[in-house]
Design a protein around this ligand. Structure first.
Ligand SMILES: Cc1cc2nc3c(=O)[nH]c(=O)nc-3n(C[C@H](O)[C@H](O)[C@H](O)COP(=O)(O)OP(=O)(O)OC[C@H]3O[C@@H](n4cnc5c(N)ncnc54)[C@H](O)[C@@H]3O)c2cc1C
Length: 460
């Protein structure tokens, strides 16, 4: 419960049409895309301008109210669940693209701008914003920065962090902080920008984001390679990288996922294949021709049964749209879908794929594996029904086994989905206690009343 006087103050700040405190609205903002228990917020607010955003943050701090910022709520680690109730702050009223600067190749946006909308606006000006999470049609740029989101093009073009030139954010007292710049280089002051990227709303509230843009590639070539052994497909990923070719995209789908996606999207995927690789090389036309031939040669050498090269943009787009639908396709099969994010050094992909097959057998679970194999980031996806208590216990054990395996192979708990609530308890396994204690000291210094997204990343 939030005191009526505070609700009144919030209404005075953002307008009563932007404060939601009835149960039906609060239920809508109690969960995100992670398989975790929902938690009702006491009140939901929607600031429509930057100044008011800062004043809401300051009010929450003064009143000791937990504050959870929410973009589109698509994160997969529980970051937008208001674990301790309090206020959920929506960013969809802060959704303006403030500037696209073609000359200096950057864009300035408010945090609630939808990722794909920026990408389209930038493309219309002959430029390119590469980060493309599978959720880009709905996810927000604030959410992308706060999670350091990746995507299908991460292998060659990097993740959101690689495009953030500058940030403006509110600290917990409502002071507006500027970090980074519109210049290509900036070495001024502490790198607060780096601290904020991936901080999942626990250290401050993003208000304005300056993003680097690049020229679009002039040519591209997309291929689909069919394998009748999963091991061969995973070894091929490692082989392409070992030849020092960096495709724009190198995606892996196992048979389980291929069939689910084909049922869902009817894109013409080979349903009998044990696994497929989707590869796209891009860049200067000469480079694309050369690398395209090299990749085809490696695919053949590694035993690809069939290689289809996209004839035109329409065919290419159909295949990539099918790949982007993988999670939705799998999600239709069972009531509960746990999408994991095991990430290993790229040479270890075959070992990780092998381990995942063993884990599925050991815990008697349906696990579909797909993902950004080219950057070592697999998404083993467990299909289950959380109401089946016995099976759910096996799922929890399997998740831990997946983390252990990824770490044993020199990998990480999260390639792109963040820590949130879902992985907070496992953080120590990867970072050790020292990093957690240091992180807690940073948190205490920046948020002494512990109101900013409490419980996330480093626990309570
Ligand atoms: C179908 C599907 C496909 C996906 N594919 C990918 C993928 O390919 N790659 C990938 O990386 N992720 C992927 N994701 C995960 C998710 O889309 C990303 O994490 C995304 O960045 C979340 O954006 P959002 O706007 O939904 O943020 P939310 O889920 O609303 O919030 C995410 C976190 O950011 C914080 N936050 C949001 N806005 C702000 C702000 N203004 N200031 C401070 N903190 C803030 C929130 O408190 C929360 O902790 C996928 C999710 C789904 C459901």
């Amino acid at each position: 419960m939030v005191h009526a006087a505070i609700v009144k103050q919030l209404k005075d700040l953002v307008g009563s049409q932007n404060v939601f405190d009835n149960k039906a609205d609060r239920v809508t903002y109690a969960y995100d895309a992670a398989v975790l228990e929902p938690q009702l917020p006491a009140v939901v607010v929607r600031p429509e301008n930057s100044e008011v955003l800062g004043r809401v943050v300051a009010l929450c701090n003064r009143e000791g109210l937990p504050l959870t910022v929410r973009g589109a709520g698509t994160n997969l680690s529980g970051g937008a669940i208001p674990q301790q109730g309090g206020v959920v702050l929506l960013t969809n009223g802060l959704n303006r693209i403030l500037e696209i600067n073609s000359e200096d190749m950057y864009a300035v946006v408010q945090p609630g701008v939808i990722t794909a909308q920026l990408a389209a606006a930038v493309e219309a000006k002959g430029l390119f914003y590469p980060p493309d999470p599978g959720s880009q049609a709905v996810s927000t740029l604030g959410g992308n920065v706060a999670e350091n989101a990746g995507g299908l093009r991460g292998l060659k073009y990097g993740v959101t962090a690689d495009y953030v030139m500058g940030l403006r954010f509110y600290d917990v007292e409502g002071n507006l902080i500027k970090t980074g710049s519109r210049t290509v280089k900036c070495a001024t002051g502490y790198n607060l920008k780096a601290l904020m990227i991936g901080s999942e709303g626990t250290l401050g509230v993003l208000d304005e984001i300056t993003l680097k843009l690049i020229p679009p590639p002039r040519a591209r070539k997309s291929m689909l390679a069919v394998f009748d052994q999963m091991e061969r497909a995973s070894q091929t990923v490692a082989a392409i990288i070992a030849h020092h070719i960096v495709p724009a995209t190198l995606e892996f789908l196992d048979n389980f996922t291929i069939r689910a996606v084909e049922d869902f999207s009817h894109a013409g995927l080979p349903v009998e294949a044990a696994a497929i690789l989707l590869v796209e090389v891009d860049g200067h036309p000469g480079q694309v021709a050369e690398e395209g031939e090299q990749v085809e040669a490696i695919l053949k050498q590694m035993g690809a049964k069939d290689i289809q090269v996209a004839r035109d943009d329409a065919q290419r787009d159909r295949i990539w749209a099918a790949r982007r639908s993988a999670l939705s396709a799998l999600a239709k099969l069972k009531p509960t879908v746990v999408l994991e994010d095991a990430t290993v050094p790229r040479s270890k992909i075959p070992a990780m794929v092998h381990a995942l097959q063993g884990i599925a057998r050991r815990f008697d679970l349906a696990i579909g594996t797909f993902g950004h194999a080219g950057d070592g980031n697999l998404h083993p996806t467990i299909l289950t029904d959380k109401r089946d208590k016995g099976e759910w216990q096996r799922v929890e054990a399997a998740i831990e086994a997946i983390f252990d395996e990824a770490l044993a192979l020199g990998g990480t708990l999260s390639g792109e989905h963040g820590t949130g609530l879902a992985k907070a308890g496992f953080l120590k396994k990867e970072t050790g206690q020292g990093a957690i204690l240091l992180s807690r000291r940073i948190k205490s210094a920046l948020d002494p009343n512990r109101i900013l997204n409490p419980g996330k990343i480093i626990g309570d």
